[in-house]
Design a protein around this ligand. Structure first.
Ligand code: MN
Length: 470
């Protein structure tokens, strides 16, 4: 199925000429790496390519090659564009005035003069013949690009390349591999195949670096549970293509600004732990960002920091008060049987089995926190309640097993020694269940002539009781 889908994806790309690449917002190493690497590759194939994301490029990722190709606004087909060539002139201010039926656009140069030759006009609306979404589980994750241009998604075929378990399969072609560590991991074989079919070396050092950045950031530098053998293999392949691994590590993991360290301190000091429900969480308010002079994106891998600092926790959650007043939540689970995407979906979000996220609008940080934690407590009570019940039944099983074993042992001793037990405990048990030594039990025991009294005792030790008590 995958090979077939890959072939269809490649064929459709080869047939298309004006391609719109859309990464999910906000941009992360994987969505940005996927979009920009695909852009460079398509350009090499002489295609007209555009990358649009309605949210800015995080400062942390600006070291990656060619990030400037990402524009933040879709030129819709009704737009009329007035372009001013500012090569020779620095602009101080731009304003527009409506005067009866006319609009004046007033451009004030800082120095020099502008003339008619510097002005050009064009009609907007590049007619795309293909849209490729990358690292996007749902079209709404494209934010404004989708919401303000919904019609284009009905008119133009969409290839959906992604690895989220919650992917909505909204594309004409859906190349969704939930086993992939990142979208860039899926892109690598596509670009390799395109290279060989088109007889052009597409994967240069920049593309390799962008693809590797996706794998490194989505696996938390090969530490998260999604780090598969394939992720390692593809990463190794990319390094052999010339990916600058050290550059990625240096920028993403080893560079911390003072403001970021302050913010981390703040978040870590606000950690809350619910041991009973195995939940660990922290919340960052606008005030925290202000006090530490830090920005939203600097919360980056705090969630991973929370995880390593929270032994025993099953659910780790970080809440952030966004500039627009909404609350965003990142969810991680330390145990694959706790589905993070299910938790996120309950709040209209999505993600992976052990890493997911969602947003709550029109609710304060405190109220959101209260609501979310209550939900998680119930969620955990249901889960852990079931486990507790199972545990109980297992313990009972083990106990009865031990009793049976003890009785069997005693029966065996009586048979082999042909004497009655001497200790005070044993006769008591004998008298309690004098008729328990049935024939069938004796039959079971008799073939084992060299009965080892240790054997029945070992059973519970290696059995379920200990495993469940962990
Ligand atoms: Mn991803």
């Amino acid at each position: 199925m995958t090979i077939n889908t890959q072939k269809q994806v490649i064929d459709l790309i080869k047939r298309s000429n004006k391609i719109l690449i859309l990464p999910s917002a906000p941009l992360d190493g994987d969505s940005l790496g996927s979009a920009v690497s695909l852009y460079i590759a398509l350009k090499k194939l002489q295609k007209e390519a555009t990358v649009i994301c309605s949210e800015p490029i995080p400062e942390l990722l600006q070291f990656l090659p060619n990030t400037k190709v990402i524009s933040n606004r879709m030129i819709s087909s009704g737009d009329f564009i007035i372009t001013l060539d500012c090569k020779k002139v620095k602009i101080e201010n731009i304003k527009s005035e409506k005067e009866n039926d006319k609009i004046n656009i007033i451009v004030t140069p800082k120095d020099g003069r502008l003339s008619e030759e510097d002005v050009s006009f064009s009609a907007g609306g590049i007619d795309y013949d293909l849209i490729i979404t990358v690292d996007t589980a749902d079209l709404t994750q494209l934010r404004d690009v989708y919401e303000k241009n919904i019609e284009i998604f009905h008119q133009v075929p969409v290839i959906n390349i992604d690895h989220h378990i919650s992917n909505a399969h909204f594309g004409k072609l859906n190349f969704v591999d939930i086993m992939a560590s990142s979208t860039t991991e899926i892109l690598l074989p596509i670009l390799e195949e395109l290279s060989s079919e088109e007889k052009i070396n597409l994967i240069d050092e920049d593309i390799a670096t962008l693809l590797l950045a996706g794998i490194i950031t989505d696996t938390g530098s090969f530490q998260n549970a999604n780090t598969t053998p394939k992720a390692f293999a593809r990463a190794a392949q990319l390094i052999s293509y010339g990916a600058r691994q050290q550059e990625i590590i240096q920028h993403v993991y080893k560079t911390k600004q003072l403001s970021q360290l302050k913010l981390w301190g703040r978040v870590l000091s606000k950690i809350q732990v619910d041991e009973k429900h195995r939940i660990v969480w922290s919340a960052v308010s606008r005030q925290d960002f202000k006090d530490t002079e830090s920005s939203d994106e600097q919360t980056g891998d705090i969630i991973d920091e929370l995880m390593t600092n929270a032994p025993g926790a099953e659910i780790i959650i970080l809440l952030k008060e966004k500039e627009d007043g909404a609350v965003s939540a990142s969810v991680r689970t330390t145990n694959p049987s706790v589905d993070a995407s299910k938790i996120a979906e309950a709040f209209g979000g999505g993600g992976h089995n052990q890493a997911a996220g969602f947003r709550i609008s029109n609710m304060s940080l405190m109220d959101s926190e209260y609501k979310i934690i209550n939900f998680l407590k119930n969620f955990q009570e249901e889960r852990l309640g079931v486990i507790a019940e199972r545990e109980e039944s297992k313990i009972i099983d083990v106990e009865s097993l031990m009793n049976q074993a003890k009785e069997a042992q005693k029966a065996q001793e009586m048979i082999t020694n042909s004497v009655l037990p001497k200790t005070s405990e044993e006769p008591k048990q004998e008298s309690e269940k004098p008729k328990k030594k049935t024939k069938s039990e004796e039959k079971e025991q008799t073939p084992k002539k060299e009965f080892n009294p240790k054997a029945p005792k070992e059973k519970p030790i290696s059995g379920v009781a200990y495993r469940f008590e962990d």
